[in-house]
Write a protein that binds this ligand. Structure first.
Ligand code: FNR
Length: 400
């Protein structure tokens, strides 16, 4: 077996382990995949100038967020249908996150009930992600999450409708689901995956069963989540409704515009996740790393700003921190690990990120992560973001 040294190696392993329709669901993006590519291209352009002859014998990777210590400045992004990559995928991700001292965000579209995840994977830093498909249903989810002990609520705001994922359509991975001969061949070519899935039994969106929405048709709720049929009437005013229901930290995920960032804080948000959903929603959206400095500037220290999208190595996390992020969230790389080797794969990917981060810090002359913004690192050239050159270069003054 070729050694799996980085996210690209894990991606290749996942590609051969998974049927095509599952790999494409995990790896795919919206439309032409431009936004997903932009996430990487813009990160690649952010350079960090090392400082030398500093004591980096014990790089301190820990940070504090909402009063809790994270051992590294990264967490597990919310992802739906993790049970398709590996049975018990949500639990495997949560346990690995806890073992590494980093947070896990459970998706509304998880394959484990939010209460069961807490029972099986606690103790750990657990956040709950919310999709609002229907207000009554969302209220139920928020109350259940509070009762189960989730520490923060993440409202995803970049899915008013589902992104256009043409690979899923081509693969027949859609509602109503009708297996084709091609689909069955795809599954048969991956007998290990098929065997694992057959043994695990039926997969569903476990948070949305009949008992959770009395009177509603569970099958249509499940279909609505798969097609991301959301409540399109959600507005800034709706945040007050959520704020009344949820007393803990409330974060908005999917904010890219500085004005929206300011508005979010005015409406009671406690934190923001700068994200374009890994390029799975609007293909025209800027990269997350390019949008980050504008949001950080707009928030002006009023709340922690997180970022996700395209993070593939430890240095990427430092790049985001240098541009003002408190921490980053990891998406696909963890699913590549999960799909290739289950819990051991997730653990290996997180270990690689940690080792990468420590090496990166030492090479850049960073003793701890609080040093990043003021350490003299230089971010990019003036062209480090093709989409927002002026913002990134104007931010350089703040981080010198
Ligand atoms: C996601 N993402 C996501 N986000 C969210 O708020 N709720 C969800 O249910 C999902 N589901 C989901 C499934 C899959 C398979 C992927 C890959 C992503 C988006 C996710 O939280 C995150 O924003 C991106 O994955 C970050 O980009 P990278 O790290 O995958 O490039």
């Amino acid at each position: 077996m070729t050694p799996r040294l980085n996210s690209a190696d894990w991606r290749a392993a996942a590609r051969s382990a998974l049927p095509r329709f599952v790999f494409d669901y995990v790896d795919g993006a919206a439309d032409d995949g431009l936004c997903k590519r932009r996430n990487r291209d813009d990160l690649d352009r952010v350079t960090l100038t090392p400082r030398v002859l500093r004591d980096v014998s014990r790089p301190e990777t820990g940070i504090k967020v909402f009063g809790r210590r994270w051992a590294q400045p990264f967490g597990v992004a919310p992802m739906g249908l993790n049970g398709l990559s590996w049975p018990g995928g949500d639990e495997a991700l949560a346990r690995a996150a806890a073992a590494h001292g980093v947070p896990f965000v459970l998706s509304t579209a998880s394959n484990v009930r939010l209460e069961d995840l807490r029972a099986r994977a606690a103790p750990g830093i657990h956040w709950m992600q919310l999709y609002v498909m229907h207000r009554g249903l969302a209220e139920g989810l928020v109350e259940r999450a509070a009762r189960a002990g989730y520490e923060a609520l993440v409202l995803t705001v970049d899915v008013p409708v589902g992104g256009n994922r043409e690979l899923d359509v081509r693969n027949g991975f859609r509602v109503p689901f009708r297996p084709t001969a091609r689909f069955l061949c795809d599954v048969m070519r991956h007998p290990r995956w098929a065997w694992r899935m057959a043994r695990a039994g039926r997969l569903d969106f476990a948070n949305l069963r009949v008992e959770d929405a009395p009177g509603a048709d569970s099958a249509s709720l499940q279909a609505a989540l798969l097609t991301r049929a959301m409540d399109r009437s959600l507005t800034w005013e709706s945040l007050a409704w959520l704020r009344r229901l949820w007393k803990g930290p409330l974060l908005l995920k999917g904010v890219l515009h500085p004005d929206d960032a300011r508005r979010a804080l005015d409406h009671g948000a406690d934190g923001l996740i700068v994200s374009n959903h890994g390029g799975r929603q609007s293909d025209a959206a800027p990269s997350a790393i390019a949008a980050l400095p504008g949001v950080v500037q707009a928030v002006d220290g009023g709340a922690p700003v997180f970022m996700d999208g395209g993070i593939r190595r430890g240095d990427d996390a430092i790049r985001a921190l240098a541009l003002g992020a408190r921490a980053v969230f990891l998406g696909r790389p963890l699913l590549y690990g999960l799909a290739s080797a289950g819990a051991a794969g997730v653990d290996a990917v997180l270990s690689q990120f940690k080792a990468d981060l420590q090496r990166g810090m030492a090479l850049l002359g960073l003793e701890n992560l609080d040093d990043v913004p003021g350490s003299g690192l230089v971010v990019g050239g003036p062209d480090c973001s093709p989409s927002r050159p002026s913002r990134i270069s104007s931010h350089q003054g703040d981080i010198r």
